[in-house]
Design a protein around this ligand. Structure first.
Ligand SMILES: Nc1ncnc2c1ncn2[C@@H]1O[C@H](COP(=O)(O)OP(=O)(O)OP(=O)(O)O)[C@@H](O)[C@H]1O
Length: 255
């Protein structure tokens, strides 16, 4: 328990009368890949924002790297966030900046690295995500969907985060590119050992990558365990989700 990268204790989130989370608790250990699933509007994004301190739950406590965010002094949140990388759903690259400047952006924000080191960090991360140095000179409009994801991943990794947040990392990719991206992530995870929290609708990603799955339904985390536990859940949403036509095809042979 002391080694949890993230721990949430009895989280309630309410927007006026809209109760989004009702007593949600979870704990993630170092190196885990956590996949968060749930219907549209079930509160996946809000829960992820609460984990990183971008949003305050109505009740309950969030511990990031062992520190309680609610008790942490102002300014400390940013220091803790600097240990995290975030990849937003659409890639969210800055369209007016080159690939180089996009990847360098988080480094420049910290503001204590010289140009030589920045260039080195950017080059390393480009190679890490399977792009050549030539890609650094391109503008986002010149990139394919798969390349955008890779650049966004390079940017999320540039500060060598211990914890990576991915919001639907394979959305918008065709099955082949999606599989390539999942392989890339799996390889980098094995090499670098970071912890991952991802929101995803993609059952293949869950099967191939996730060590733990959380299912949000009816304001609660109705499953929080291994893929096998998720498959065994009796909750109607989980049953429908994992044992629909597609689920059965993806998880065939998994017990
Ligand atoms: N700032 C806010 N003010 C009021 N309501 C909000 C706010 N942010 C989120 N909500 C509400 O919280 C609920 C959960 O939203 P959230 O974006 O976390 O869902 P989600 O599971 O990520 O959905 P999707 O899969 O469609 O992206 C929704 O009902 C949403 O309208």
């Amino acid at each position: 328990m002391g080694d949890s990268v993230i721990r949430m204790e009895h989280i309630w989130t309410c927007f006026g009368k809209n109760v989004v989370h009702r007593d949600v608790s979870l704990s993630l250990e170092k190196g885990e890949i956590f996949g968060l699933v749930g219907g549209s509007g079930s509160g996946k994004t809000v829960l992820m924002r609460e984990m990183i301190g971008l949003q305050e739950p109505t009740r309950g406590k969030v511990f990031l790297f062992g520190e309680c965010l609610q008790d942490a002094a102002a300014g400390r949140h940013q220091q803790l966030r600097n240990r995290c990388g975030v990849l937003f759903q659409s890639g969210a690259l800055f369209s007016a900046l080159s690939v180089f400047e996009n990847i360098a952006f988080p480094v420049r924000e910290v503001g204590r690295f010289d140009e030589e080191l920045i260039a080195h960090l950017v080059r390393m991360k480009l190679l890490m995500v399977g792009l050549t140095e030539h890609a650094a000179t391109l503008m986002p409009a010149e990139l394919s969907g798969g390349m955008i994801k890779r650049v966004a991943l390079a940017r999320a990794l540039v500060m060598e985060p211990e914890l990576l947040f991915l919001d639907e990392p394979t959305s918008g990719l065709d099955p082949v590119l999606s599989e390539e991206f999942v392989d890339l992530l799996g390889g980098l995870h094995a090499e670098l050992g970071f912890t991952v929290v991802m929101v995803t609708h993609d059952l293949d990603t869950i099967k191939d990558l996730c060590t733990k799955v959380g299912v949000l339904a009816e304001q609660r985390l109705v499953v929080c365990g291994s893929v096998r536990e998720a498959l065994a859940s009796e909750h109607p949403f989980a049953r429908h989700y994992f044992h629909g036509k597609r689920g059965n095809r993806v998880f065939e042979g998994t017990d």
